[in-house]
Design a protein around this ligand. Structure first.
Ligand code: ADP
Ligand code: MG
Length: 247
């Protein structure tokens, strides 16, 4: 059983317009501590926009996002402080190409968290160790495979000690043989209790790791259920159609 105290993020009536284009049409969602919310939906349905609103990479047009009990759209909220609590992993890795793996990782902790270089390095090396990449610390991103880059991107986000991790199709840009190693890291993270919101087309991951799965259709969450129910007993017609295409 979860109680209200466990709610980490509460989204109420979230709307986002780009010009006249209403991309999010009133999203309601609750993410509890330790949840792995998997978001699926067709291309263009608003999944990335939803994630980007959560960490204020996009400014919501209307609605509320309550994070840790605080409305993050309140003008008094320190946006940068808020963003630090949310790690984000993108499809395209977004590592700094001119910095080594280690430098990529310690930049945030040193600059933003004011950690000493020694401490940040120690923590970064421990995280690299955990994903089997300690020996690549002095390499540049261009020397790594896509799967390795994405594993670095994940532990780089973890260096900032986020309260939640947002993943936007983290395996979509990878060659098929590298998808597994990245999903494995995400699986372990979930097992360790990290709160996660994951946009993905990996239905196996959704089934196995998701605590709940939501289907976004044209800017609205039209179905939301634990994976077992979601996949075996979909109710919405558009979801049925979507699932028949991805399986
Ligand atoms: P998804 O991630 O589900 O594929 P997106 O959230 O990326 O969908 O996009 C949803 C819609 O919003 C699309 O029609 C897209 O063209 C539009 N959109 C997204 N970002 C912007 C932007 N920065 N400016 C204008 N339109 C945008
Ligand atoms: Mg997207």
């Amino acid at each position: 059983m979860t109680t209200n105290n466990d709610i980490l993020i509460k989204v109420e009536g979230l709307k986002k317009y780009f010009g006249n284009n209403e991309v999010l049409k009133g999203i309601n969602a609750e993410i509890h501590k330790g949840d792995v919310m998997v978001v699926i939906g067709a291309s263009g349905s608003g999944k990335s926009t939803f994630l980007r609103c959560l960490n204020l990479l996009e400014e919501p047009t209307d609605g509320k996002i309550i994070f840790d009990g605080i409305d993050i759209n309140d003008r008094n909220v320190d946006i940068n402080l808020h963003r630090r609590k949310m790690g984000m992993v993108f499809q395209q890795f977004n590592l700094f190409p001119h910095m080594t793996v280690l430098k990529n990782m310690i930049l945030g902790p040193v600059k933003l968290l004011k950690k000493s270089k020694e401490e940040a390095t120690k923590e970064a090396m421990e995280l690299l160790e955990r994903v089997g990449l300690a020996d690549r610390a002095n390499d540049y991103p261009s020397q790594l495979s896509g799967g390795q880059k994405q594993r670095v991107a994940i532990v780089r986000a973890l260096c900032m000690n986020p309260e939640v991790m947002l993943f936007d199709e983290p395996t979509s840009a990878l060659d098929p043989e590298m998808v597994g190693e990245v999903l494995e890291v995400m699986k372990r993270l979930a097992k360790d209790g990290m709160t996660m919101v994951v946009v993905t087309h990996e239905m196996g991951f959704a089934r196995e790791v998701g605590t709940n799965v939501v289907f976004v259709d044209k800017g609205v969450i039209v179905e939301q259920a634990p994976p077992q129910e979601f996949f075996t007993n979909p109710k919405n017609d558009r979801l049925k159609e979507f699932l028949s295409k991805v399986f």
